[in-house]
Design a protein around this ligand. Structure first.
Ligand SMILES: [Zn+2]
Ligand SMILES: [Zn+2]
Length: 172
């Protein structure tokens, strides 16, 4: 039997590309309760426990929001969020064994999970499955193509190539 995290991760990948997903409420509530308990015990239920718990909840909320944002059609014009989006979309659209880090793409370089390009790693069955479940695949590709055409957007072109390859494979 898969452990819970692995099952949730698989389900997240099976939902369509650009499907907006958040972790299940039961899991979020359990993690929140565990964090409150841990910080409570650690800081003897004082003001620091509340501060630490609130900071942890805020970080979690920020993470969920960012994950939501990168799974929409919006391509950030530049900067860190744009690299986070490209990184996470290649994880979904090309190969889920690479581009594993979410908020810090550079971390993958340390673990050998940052390929030199999307085409240097194989398209996986899971990426294919995500594409075949995607109803909005063509509009996603059109959106990416227009951003890529608008300027020097090598990162977006690479993402669009991964999406197109996956969608073509899913149709076969
Ligand atoms: Zn995701
Ligand atoms: Zn994943």
């Amino acid at each position: 039997m898969d452990w819970l995290g692995k099952t949730i991760h698989r389900q997240h990948h099976e939902t369509p590309y650009f499907h907006i997903s958040l972790d299940p409420p039961g899991l979020i509530l359990s993690v929140m309760a565990a964090a409150a308990l841990l910080f409570g015990l650690l800081f003897q239920w004082g003001a620091l426990s509340l501060t630490a718990t609130a900071a942890y909840y805020s970080a979690g909320l920020l993470y969920e929001w960012l994950h939501y944002v990168v799974h929409t059609h919006w391509v950030p014009p530049q900067g860190w969020l744009r690299s986070v989006r490209r990184h996470h979309m290649l994880h979904h659209c090309r190969n889920e064994d690479y581009w594993l880090s979410f908020t810090a793409p550079a971390v993958d370089a340390w673990f050998g999970t940052l390929p030199s390009s999307a085409s240097s790693v194989p398209l996986t069955a899971m990426a294919r499955k995500g594409h075949s479940a995607t109803a909005s695949g063509s509009s996603s590709r059109a959106g990416l193509a227009s951003v890529a055409a608008a300027g020097d957007a090598r990162d977006v072109r690479e993402e669009a190539v991964a999406v197109t390859a996956g969608a073509a494979a899913a149709r076969r």
